[in-house]
Design a protein around this ligand. Structure first.
Ligand SMILES: C[S@@+](CC[C@H](N)C(=O)[O-])C[C@H]1O[C@@H](n2cnc3c(N)ncnc32)[C@H](O)[C@@H]1O
Length: 365
């Protein structure tokens, strides 16, 4: 095990207070104010740890900009619309979305842009990326800081970075999975001694009946509840992430370092840790706030409905042969299924004001 500054701190916390839930460990690893993974670096791109859809092709952000424009129209073209991005990474998606929004000057002039970002390092990168945009843009640590009003929220690969709890089925009930120290002082996974009281009350029957030893992952709903509360009247949110449409048992917690899988307990603060999104649970949380849920549909379906092919075709017309090939490769990566493509693994879900009809891209095939 490497000896990162955060590792020392977590070890001390465990020595003092006992084993900590996986979710607490993930929070510290990703967003510790000094040593958190996102707080200390820009992890994107070929030289980083992973690549996201907006970094693969400008078309991704452009289509989301056009989606937001259509939703603004569906909302009745309010004079001011808050366009919020949760976890905006390098700011690439917002830059491309705002460029596409130029097609309708009335929409652009109604825009008030809000970036919700926990990392001061990435906030600096985002400010640089958006430096030439002549629109009001503000940065926030939490969605709660964004002023009320008609709102469109975009969140690409945001939820997967939020901490996940793991619970393990035992004869005695569901026990929280925790991280403690073994005899050598290294991190080791274990179980809380007591079962969580009444944990399975809200679980689907399939999970309740899972055999002993099964792992179930769940997230604190707070972020989704905040997003839903914000859009339930005059708003819509688009959640894009990798995950499953039905809640199920199984472990999806994973760590990535320089585009390779790593052990989640290795090098705390130096590697990315994520877990798949449970879209069923997300939808339940949104509906509990009175919001309406559309989808999830696959990313391939969503981008195809929004016109990824015609846009790629238009871009290829003015491109060199090498650029044209790169556009084709990028579109394939965003829409194809299988190991190398994101088309099926990534899902798109809209959470919105129940009075809105079907939103672009969200009607299943
Ligand atoms: C996997 S990256 C995705 C970046 C971007 N959306 C993209 O698609 O390229 C996750 C983003 O969420 C931010 N983030 C992680 N946890 C957060 C939190 N609790 N609050 C706000 N932002 C957070 C990270 O700093 C980063 O910008």
């Amino acid at each position: 095990m490497s000896d990162t500054p955060l590792e020392k701190e977590i070890r001390r916390l465990i020595e003092v207070a006992g084993p900590m839930p996986v979710a607490r460990y993930m929070t510290l690893c990703l967003t510790h104010p000094q040593h958190g993974y996102y707080v200390t670096r820009d992890p994107f791109g070929a030289g980083g740890d992973f690549t996201t859809a907006p970094e693969i092709s400008q078309i991704f952000g452009e289509l989301l900009g056009l989606w937001a424009l259509s939703v603004w129209r569906i909302l009745g073209e309010p004079d001011v619309i808050r366009l919020v991005e949760m976890g905006p990474g390098r700011g690439t998606m917002m830059r491309d979305a705002l460029r596409a929004a130029k097609v309708l000057p009335n929409f652009r002039s109604a825009l008030s842009v809000h970036m919700v970002e926990v990392s001061p390092t990435l906030e600096r990168t985002q400010r640089h990326t958006l430096r030439e945009i002549e629109l009001p843009i503000s940065w926030h640590r939490h969605l709660l800081e964004v002023p009320e009003g008609p709102t469109i929220i975009l969140a690409n690969e945001y939820i997967d970075a939020l901490p996940v709890h793991q619970v393990v089925r035992q004869d005695t009930g569901w026990h929280e999975r925790v991280i403690g120290l073994d005899a050598n002082g290294d991190f080791a996974l274990g179980l809380a001694p007591d079962a969580l009281p009444q944990f399975d009350r809200f679980l689907p029957q399939k999970i309740k009946d899972a055999p002993v030893g099964s792992i179930f992952e769940w997230r604190n709903d707070l972020d989704v509840l905040d997003i839903s509360r914000r859009v339930v009247r005059n708003g819509a949110a688009l959640i894009i992430d990798y995950g499953h449409t039905q809640s199920d048992v199984g472990e999806t917690l994973q760590a990535v370092n320089e585009h390779e899988f790593a052990h989640p307990l290795s090098a705390p603060g130096e590697i990315d840790i994520t877990a798949h999104v449970d879209f069923y649970a997300l939808g339940q949380a949104a509906e509990s706030m009175g919001a309406s849920v559309q989808g999830p549909v696959t990313q391939a379906h969503f981008l195809t409905e929004l016109g990824i092919e015609p846009r790629a075709h238009a871009l290829r017309k003015n491109a060199t042969p090498e650029q044209a090939e790169a556009i084709t490769t990028a579109v394939a990566r965003l829409t194809e299924s299988g190991k190398t493509g994101m088309g099926d693994l990534f899902k798109v879900m809209a959470i919105c004001d129940p009075k809105l009809g079907p939103l672009p891209g969200m009607v299943p095939a």
